[in-house]
Design a protein around this ligand. Structure first.
Ligand code: PMP
Length: 375
């Protein structure tokens, strides 16, 4: 069986597992304790992992807040900013193609009296910079803008540099969900001062599940950007996120981030290459029955969203499940299309024939070629 659902999750890298194991066995200390070696070792391990994650993202170490994953990070920023800055305004801007952990949090905030603008997107799911500028320059200036960096269903990259420039110019907090782009595109936010917050998750970059990070950048004066914490308690993570740190997971995330940084170029090239090989194989097999939903360029490498005309995606996925692990790429029920595909103008039939293939460096292309020919 070939695993082609790497946007859902990835296999843990052997090097990651190796560094985690001691922290699940003998090194069980709590990093918030002091002086004895178990505690000090745990503290050092967390500091080292934090440095590696910061290095991948291009931020300072104390700007990395460990969370349980990107769902928590997105909730933390949207709820935390809305609550803390509610005296400054009640308008939030996001887009129609965000991950459910952003969209559903925004819907919740609407029930609490916030006004949310869900920006329309183009045929590939990108927000329009001019639309955004007119909103940012209007009297109804938002307290927060939250826009996904790379889309998890169709892979398009937003123009994060231009968006962050606008946010910097109009002095608006900008949050980006970078979960799907880590290790695949260069996420160096050092040169993008307009990004105030960023969410990511370890299990999308060959790290463990249940750990992620939220980056909270300091302000121009080097002071902490304040938000209301999602979790109150013992004050861990600089009071931003209480709870005993999951040292084993954090250590694993650190190693995964280090590997992602070291292999970024090679990984991204290989994914580009595997993507074009896979597309050619599919075209050879399915000819005119195939239609690609995603853009050719400016996208997450290795993510293919396609329609197999007159094929029901659920039935197809089930049929090939013993040979290929792929997905529809959306939480679409039989009556309701994926919000992403709907936002880019796909009708219910197009949605029902959409498949998402997400590759990794480990894919055996020879074996994949045989399987596709045999389907
Ligand atoms: N944002 C995006 C873009 C995602 O793809 C995902 C995972 N599907 C998440 C957020 C949620 O991440 P996690 O599984 O770490 O909660």
């Amino acid at each position: 069986m070939i695993y082609l659902d790497n946007s859902a999750t990835t296999a843990i890298a052997p090097e990651v597992l190796d560094v985690m194991l001691p922290y699940l066995k003998e090194e069980y200390g709590n990093p918030s304790s002091k002086y004895y070696s178990l505690a000090e070792n745990a503290k050092k391990a967390v500091a080292d992992a934090r440095q590696k994650v910061a290095n991948l993202i291009g931020c300072e170490e104390d700007e990395v807040i460990f969370t349980s994953g990107a769902t928590e990070s997105n909730n933390m920023i949207l709820k935390g900013v809305s609550d803390f800055y509610s005296n400054k305004g009640n308008h939030i801007i996001t887009s129609k193609v965000e991950h459910p952990s952003t969209i559903e949090t925004c819907k919740y905030l609407e029930t609490k009296g916030f006004k949310v603008t869900y920006l329309d997107v183009d045929q590939y799911g990108r927000v329009n910079i001019d639309d955004l500028e007119s909103l940012l320059s209007s009297d109804d200036k938002p307290i927060l803008l939250s826009i996904i960096w790379g889309n998890n269903e169709i892979g398009s990259l937003n123009n994060i540099e231009s968006i962050s420039k606008l946010c910097h110019e109009y002095n608006v907090f900008f949050h980006t969900d970078a979960t799907q782009v880590m290790g695949k595109v260069d996420v160096n936010i050092d040169s993008t001062p307009g990004i105030t917050f960023l969410s990511c998750s370890a299990h999308k970059v060959h790290g463990p599940k249940g750990v992620g990070a939220c980056v909270i950048r300091k302000n121009k004066l080097g002071l902490k950007t304040k938000i209301t914490p999602l979790l109150h308690g013992g004050g861990q993570e600089n009071d931003y996120r209480s709870g005993t740190l999951a040292v084993h997971n954090i250590v694993g995330f650190g190693k995964a981030a280090e590997l992602a940084k070291d292999n970024l170029e090679q990984n991204s090239h290989r994914l580009h290459d595997f993507e074009s090989q896979t597309k050619s194989l599919l075209i050879e097999k399915f000819g005119n029955d195939i239609y690609f939903n995603n853009d050719e360029t400016n996208k997450i490498p290795g993510l293919i969203s396609l329609q197999l005309r007159s094929v029901n995606n659920e039935l197809f996925i089930r049929k090939v499940a013993d040979r290929l692990a792929i997905s529809t790429g959306s939480a679409c029920s039989s009556t309701k299309p994926s919000h992403v595909l709907a936002a880019i103008g796909k009708d219910i039939n197009e949605v029902r024939s959409t498949l998402r293939i997400t590759l990794s460096q480990q894919v055996d292309m020879e074996q994949l070629s045989k399987i596709i020919k045999d389907i």
